[in-house]
Design a protein around this ligand. Sequence first.
Ligand code: ZN
Length: 74
Amino acid sequence: MSDSIPAHIRAELDVTPAWWDQQYHALVTKHIPRDLDYHADHDLDDGIQFYASSYSIAPWCITCGIRLGRTPDG
Ligand SMILES: [Zn+2]
């Protein structure tokens, strides 16, 4: 390889606006309440059945882009 950029600098260069958007989105969604009352006026999709066997079905809030019922990190 002729790449002269050290790995740790390469990693910093690879941090893109999209990555920051992702971090921001993760932070925001982390603070959105998961209770149904909060999302009552939002677009909810509770028709997802794929995980029925191994997962208790929680509605997906299309407006917020999160799944209700449980937080991602427990
Ligand atoms: Zn919502």
